[in-house]
Design a protein around this ligand. Structure first.
Ligand code: GAP
Length: 519
């Protein structure tokens, strides 16, 4: 069942049934921008709801944030996006087409029929310019004067607002490290070559958590040890002695479990651990969760251990201290005599030096630790709503060849979406629409259900055709109200995947539905 779909089949269903439309289609569309139709926006809300439930509401150590898309441009200077958030881009000197330097071979394969054999432009064979950086941030102007001093940027990630508001959230929330701040919302990247349907878009939504942890040295001072992965820790319940490595792996496991609960089979995605030479200079580890899309294995989301880089950058650029005060740390340090403190400082300086870091900076950092102060380190699980939705749709799509009792062949298109993400949870049908008692009873059941979940009413056509219409949009259950409903209150519940039918009362159905929708 899983992922037998082609991208064309999925995108055609999405268009036909109102999941996803090309933005501005009546004007010929705009490349890299997609609109979510009536069913698509319901499904997207479900994905975001499932993320918020598991990352914020189910936890006592994560708080939410909803920040603006346009922020002070200094944020993007501090984060490095202004100087380094770019893709290398070439232009063909003949046909003037722009393309990402690292995608030229892929594009060449796609337009192989037109490709020239001389290694030039894949479109016309012309000579290419040297690759040059192209910043991916969309620029805009704030206020009426179109002047360089008023330039601002649409955020290319939701994460930076979390760092910029770290002090406000921390000082107003009576929370201590380790804790996280979560945000979801629109991000914008002026991708050079948006491609693979919604996979790489220019406007998309992210769901990001910045989880702030103690530096390992603080953990060691307080607890006398730091748990690493070599200790083979149980990752199910966070422990105070965990070092960054264990926290990172913990979040990888949390995210994988969320992805499975949303409906992607365990064997449909893999962990790709970035190699040391692929990591950003400040990152200690980064794992991409890669899903087997119809166009190849590609990143669904990433989980990075970003050290104290981001908060340190914002401290440097804003002049505001990003340090937290950690009472247990100060108390632990106070128990050490001068010799023990000196030995600890020597050990940390040597360890930093072995990682190519300044040993003097290590000593200044340790002196702060003895006062109970540090800039928290961070683990960042960063997911894309649109990519998750595309993966779920690709995985759910199936074309089944059925043969009826009379030997007649039929094609059933079905989306095997989990009830949690399915845009419609239940469809209600009156068996007949010309019998007021049956019709009104069905309407009554529908009104009850629609107040409690995403329900759909359909009174048109044969029941079999009504089932098929719901199968195609992934509705897990269809209810048919008939004459027996009037007598004993039961109706037929038809389950999408097995196509099995059972009779239930409204109370029984509601209990089953509630159970299926607990995330
Ligand atoms: N704060 C870290 C960050 O933004 P990223 O790997 O650039 O990291 C995180 O993006 C996630 O956002 C990706 O794994 C993907 O799911 C989503 N994403 C990034 N660029 C995207 C694009 N152009 N279109 C759709 N989703 C995108």
């Amino acid at each position: 069942m899983a992922n037998t779909s082609s991208l064309d089949a999925v995108s055609s269903l999405c268009k036909r049934r109102g999941f996803i439309f090309h933005s501005s289609e009546i004007y010929g569309g705009i490349n890299g921008f997609w609109d979510y139709g009536p069913l698509g926006c319901e499904m997207k809300r479900n994905i975001k709801g499932a993320w918020w439930q598991s990352m914020v509401r189910d936890r006592e150590d994560v708080l939410g944030l909803d920040a603006t898309i346009i922020m002070h441009p200094a944020i993007w200077k501090a984060s490095g996006h202004l100087d380094t958030f770019s893709d290398p881009m070439c232009t063909c000197k003949e046909c003037k087409k722009l393309m990402r330097a690292d995608q030229i071979e892929d594009i060449r394969a796609e337009v192989a029929a037109k490709a020239a054999a001389n290694g030039g432009c894949p479109y016309c064979g012309g000579e290419l310019t040297e690759p040059r950086p192209f910043n991916l941030m969309f620029k805009t102007v704030v206020g009426p004067v179109d002047d360089p001093s008023n330039v601002a940027y649409l955020r290319p990630e939701t994460a930076q607002a979390i760092f910029a508001q770290f002090l406000n959230v921390y000082s107003t929330s009576r929370i201590s490290v380790p804790f996280g701040i979560a945000q979801m919302g629109k991000s914008f990247r002026n991708e050079v070559t948006p491609r693979n349907y919604t996979f790489r878009s220019r406007e998309f939504e992210q769901m990001e958590l910045e989880f702030f942890i103690r530096p390992d040295e603080a953990v060691e001072l307080i607890y006398g040890k730091v748990t690493t992965m070599a200790d083979q820790p149980d990752l199910s319940v966070p422990q105070k002695e965990w070092g960054w490595e264990v926290w990172h792996k913990y979040w990888v496991e949390q995210r994988k479990s969320w992805i499975v609960r949303c409906g992607l089979p365990k064997d449909s995605f893999v962990e790709y651990w970035q190699k040391p030479d692929e990591l950003a200079h400040y990152a200690r580890a980064c794992v991409d969760i890669e899903y087997a899309f119809p166009f190849g294995q590609q990143e669904l989301e990433g989980i990075a251990a970003r050290s104290d880089f981001d908060l340190t950058q914002h401290q440097k650029h804003s002049g505001k201290s990003m340090e937290v005060f950690d009472e247990p740390l100060k108390l632990a340090a106070a128990k050490l005599d001068d010799a023990a403190k000196a030995a600890f400082a020597d050990k940390v300086a040597a360890e930093w030096q072995s990682r190519g870091k300044d040993p003097e900076a290590a000593r200044a950092f340790v002196a702060k630790l003895f006062e109970g102060r540090y800039i928290p380190h961070v683990i960042e699980p960063s997911a894309g709503v649109d990519r998750m939705m595309l993966a779920l749709l690709c995985n759910a799509y199936e074309e089944q060849k059925l043969v009826d009792d009379k030997g007649k062949e039929d094609l059933r298109v079905v989306l095997h979406l989990s009830p949690m993400v399915a845009p419609v949870k239940v469809a209600v049908f009156p068996l007949v629409k010309n019998k007021p008692e049956v019709y009104n009873k069905a309407r009554e059941i529908f009104e009850y259900l629609r107040k409690r979940t995403a329900a759909f009413w359909d009174e048109g056509g044969a029941i079999g055709r009504r089932y098929r219409r719901q199968d195609e949009i992934g509705t897990p259950w269809c209810i048919t109200v008939d004459f027996d409903t009037l007598a004993d209150g039961t109706f037929t519940v038809r389950e999408r995947d097995s196509m099995q039918q059972t009779r239930m009362t409204l109370e029984q159905f509601k209990a089953m539905l509630d159970d299926a929708l607990i995330f």
